[in-house]
Design a binder for this molecule. Sequence first.
Ligand code: ARG
Length: 634
Amino acid sequence: MADSSDPIALLDSAFRGATAAAFPEIGDSDPLITASKQAALGDFQSNVAMGLSKRVGKPPREVATAIVAKAAAMPELQQIAEPLSDKSIAGPGFINIRLKGEALAALLSAMDTPSLGVPAPDVKETIAVDLCGVNLAKQMHVGHLRATIIGDALARVFERLGHKVIRQNHLGDWGLPIAMVTAKIAADANSGKINLDTLKLDDLDKAYKQAQRECTADEAGLAAVERFQLGPKARAELEEQVRGAKEKLAAAKLTLVKLQSHDPEIYAVWQRIAKITVDECVAVCGRLHATVRAEDTAGESSYSNELAEIVDDLVKRGIAEESDGALVVRLDGPDDLDDRGQKITEPCIVRKSDGGFLYATTDLAGIRRRVRKFGASRLVYAVDARQSLHFQQVFAAARKAGYARKPNGENAPLRHAGFGMVLGEDGRPFKTRSGDNVKLTDLIDEAHQRASAEVNRRSAALPEAERDRIAEVVGVAAIKYADLCNDRMKDYVFSFDRMVAFEGNTGPYLLYAFARINSILRKAQAEKSIDTGPGAPFRKAALHIVQPQEKTLALAILRYPGALKSMADACEPHRLCGFLYDLAGAFSSFYDACPVLAADNESTVLSRLRLCDLTGRVLRDGLTTLGLPVVERM
Ligand code: ARG
């Protein structure tokens, strides 16, 4: 039996049961329930008989008759569908099903609660979601967009389903590149070139790139001077560069040691850099309407004291072993498989031959902390798909080490929710004209600006300040929806023109659908004096699901709890996006075909108004769960 109030799931389950009862020899078989091609014949059809015919060696109509006989007697089907009979079978063996309007109305009333039909979870889990993952002294660019908004949407859907979520912003704030920029900033502050108090992330970003350049010796350039005999001047210049770079690198290594031992001066500079980065990151996430707070940040540095101990532990228990001077966890055992059950080709290196720890070592410590200290029962990582091998290695190593083991002895599921790249309209990685990464703040500004043009045109009557607020919301919703509505593993093309359009599968279209429903409710109050305030009686009015468009809308609304669950199970926000788009479409067809305030009797007015209200609440809830801001009117 389906545990859902979604009639499609109920039909699926009932026909699966009927098919198995009619043909026990074939076992479980998909009843192939689809929306009916001809509304005159029914709402849904099962196409199972045609495929089964060969397997059971009977003509399809005969197969259909046998299934219908079993299905007709099922009480759960009798509740939601008109009685089935031989007349339900059409053509070669399609089984037509018509749902009862009263049954849909009853299901809708049952889900019309504050939770919108979403049941409390069987087991309340603690789920750690790794998101955002920016790096110290670097501007957030479009690469962090996906890690932030996909991670936030997943965190929200888990919360919506009643779980406890721990957000973890795994800030890249440790290691040699960080020491390079810290050394540079410390030197510049000492010589009075910069003022630490007024430093901005932009300055840090430039210093980071410069430090990288300054620490990289142009050995190739020097070799070329030799090979092509470019003369003493060129040689002197390059020798100078190489010498300088070597010095800088040596200084950076010294700074790293100081950083690791919390040398007061260097550590203070580093803390200042970290604060500037995190403050700006939190501010940008705020502009994106994504929940990433300072306290959600657990940088790589926060694990630095645990790494030596972890590696010792792994060695002591024979989990890590030496290989060419490095320490590795071999992953060639029968249980060391990736998400798809495939063998993992390379071992996980936990300490380099020079004694340094790696990105993977830190992530092992992260798993251990999330499971043991935070009590997480499930770990999800919204991180670029190009890090897939890294996570498969780390996950397998963590399982081997027992770091993912929950108090009950089972392993917490570890999941890499990877994502593809954001591409420009030329199909190449999205960059500015000059080839730089696109800063997120610039992206949000531009979306806001483009949305302004549209909002000013459409909503000219609203006060300017409100139009600006709407444009801000529309811009952000446009960016986020255009990202979330794609299968996350795929690359997608970033197109302002497409995403800010009010038509098609876009954020603005959904916001507009929501605002339109609110305007119907406002009109009901203003023109028909129907109370639409909180707890108003129309929200308990009898529902009449009569017209085909009312049925379609009811069916769409009833799919909501399933859509949330499906997004959460697969860690795929596009599933909820698809649902909301279908719902908005069903509403639009309903609204075109079924007058609401102008319906010919009071009871129909109230029923339809209640349908509008319920649709609006589902839209708002769904958009909020994706992390999309909404406005009441536009
Ligand atoms: N800072 C990393 C990067 O920019 C992303 C961190 C992802 N999270 C993690 N636990 N490794 O690639």
